[in-house]
Design a protein around this ligand. Structure first.
Ligand code: FPP
Length: 240
């Protein structure tokens, strides 16, 4: 299967939707859908890594998700905390083995100052610890909104007294500054919209929507999506 995936995206982004519906369908509390969703993300990240995809972004918590019940928000933050802590512990061992160049770089997008302080600290520690790792980048959107990203970028440029001479100046000031734009965005669970995700960065992204709920999404589903990507003719506004 992998051999047929000759045209792979360099950067793939996931809108991991359907966790709640997956759980409700099984008579489980919504939070169990998020837990399964976090497990699936780890597997999908590993699969992307093994295929040679270098950048993965994922939408873990949006600026709009604050409207959910506190219990659900706390549970999602708990999963993020668990994941980042695990990465930090793993990283500690790997650092000792001096294989930094083969490790995952963790980046985040969004206003972390509104997250619980201990989680913010753990994330900053992970970002700092992995800043020189360059085998693979996992970019997690937390308290992220695409419009907020643009407002934040403009304010950063204003504070730095910079003028905006090019589109690249804005790209660089976004939370994802330094990362290439996503080539491919996958949204699970049936809705056909971007829901305020990477609005500036997705100008030329190829989009893929599947009805599969995120907790049911497997490497097989990803391979199917990647086959669709490989068939697409990306023109970037030119004649080809
Ligand atoms: C959308 O499903 C999903 C979320 C709002 C949370 C996504 C979070 C995770 C997968 C876990 C944490 C991530 C990491 C990095 C460990 P929904 O709740 O909107 O589903 P619904 O539309 O069916 O209600």
């Amino acid at each position: 299967m992998e051999k047929k995936l000759d045209k792979l995206p360099i950067h793939i982004a996931f809108i991991m939707d359907g966790n709640g519906r997956w759980a409700t369908k099984r008579g489980l509390p919504r939070k169990m859908g998020h837990r399964k969703g976090a497990e699936v993300l780890e597997k999908i990240v590993e699969h992307c890594f093994s295929l040679g995809i270098k950048y993965v972004s994922c939408f873990a918590f949006s600026t709009e998700n604050w409207k959910r019940p506190k219990e659900e928000i706390d549970y999602i933050f708990g999963l993020l905390r668990e994941y980042i802590k695990k990465q930090n512990q793993k990283g500690q061992q790997q650092q000792e083995q001096e294989i930094k160049s083969k490790n995952i770089k963790i980046r985040t997008m969004g206003d972390l100052s509104m997250m619980p302080k201990d989680l913010e600290q753990e994330i900053l520690k992970a970002e700092e610890r992995t800043k020189d790792c360059d085998a693979f980048v996992l970019n997690i959107a937390m308290n992220y909104g695409g419009r907020d990203d643009i407002v934040h970028a403009f304010n950063t440029l204003i504070k730095q007294g910079k003028t905006i001479a090019s589109e690249q100046d804005i790209s660089n000031a976004l939370y994802s500054g330094g990362l290439p734009d996503p080539d491919f965005i996958i949204r699970t669970a049936g809705d056909v919209r971007l829901s305020n995700f990477m609005l500036y960065q997705s100008a030329y992204s190829e989009l893929y929507f599947t009805k599969t709920y995120w907790p049911d999404f497997t490497a097989k589903h990803l391979n199917k999506a990647l086959k669709s990507y490989a068939k697409r003719d990306r023109k970037f506004g030119q004649l080809k």
